[in-house]
Design a binder for this molecule. Sequence first.
Ligand SMILES: Cc1ncc(COP(=O)(O)O)c(C=O)c1O
Length: 392
Amino acid sequence: MKLSRRITEQPPYLFAEIDRARDAAKARGLDVVSMGIADPDLPPPEWLFDLLSEEIRRPGYHRYPDYRGLPEFLRAVTGWMEERFSVGQLDPQSEVITLLGGKEGVAHVAWALCDPGDVALIPEPAYPVYNTNCVYAGAEVYFLGLTRENDFLPALGSVPEEVARRASVIYVNYPNNPTGACAPREFYPDLLDFARKYDIAVLADNPYTEIYFDELDRPRSILEFPGAKEICLEFHSFSKTFNMTGWRIGWAVGNAKLVNALLTVKSNVDSGQFHAIQMALARALSHPERDSFLAANRRRIKARRDEVAAVLDSMGIWHPNPQATLYFWCRLPEGYDDDVRFASELLEKEGFVVGPGSAYGPHGKGYFRLSLTTSEEDIRKGLSKLKHFLGR
Ligand SMILES: Cc1ncc(COP(=O)(O)O)c(C=O)c1O
């Protein structure tokens, strides 16, 4: 049986590999703790369950969903965007579409915008889904390294003219997975100028807008910047906002032509999200306890962040202090240079799962990622396993 080159020429999906190694370690009897995968351990708000159980009883909701999304959902998310960010007015009928989670959106958009021979500009280390799907769509990927020296921002001026001219898309993701970096306000006008100059669609992946630790410097939407709607599509998700990665719901918002192109791909691939889930989330966005839930969630993650930062510092492990996201991007301790080997030995010997940096792209070499989506008890256990492993 022949498998396509999409399957045979791609490395296995990182997180599926991590799961496999973790399960093998457990099967050997190790007490395994994971800070490798970003899947919140904290629950969604209790009232969201009530909303879903009310909506699930509506008879009309059990048929195929609308492709673009339930109008109530589209109005609710555009309303949220207008309230939370300074984006001006958005048209729920043409400038937004429901997604089966952000992952589905950032994957399918490559199919909508990339042809063989096009270049896809991908700052890395990055969420691996951008690269894989641009390659699936036949595009040539040009990586822009995010490093400590460039504050984890892509050096747009370093893209050769010939490459920029062939580029059809650039992905950006701030607050960033895996580095935890945020982009300063000044970054966006430069990015938009660059994209306009070469007629490149900007794909802003933005699932961490509500996981921030500084009330005075909250993550932005790219749509806040003048002219962004002409060339940008932004991807949002409820997965991390409400601790509901299993529900699979998000939205893409921005340029109507880009939204429509994504809708065309999606309507040939999936049939939209269950209306009861869309309606529960539409109502969640105007729920009186929305903000108190979000604030409490942030406080809990911030306390974890502070504790992890202190322990890493005590071990002499270099890391930026994340102002948003769920991630610590850690430089390998002295004496280590192979992150994949580091991560697999840490798992084999101690039963502690971390994400090897180079799995997120070539500039991830020499780093590992820790995710704050594990209970406080397991975080402490995991970090003491790390200490033991390093003999510190
Ligand atoms: C940068 C980034 N984009 C998108 C996603 C996908 O999130 P979801 O598909 O759960 O909305 C993730 C999940 O970890 C992510 O880190």
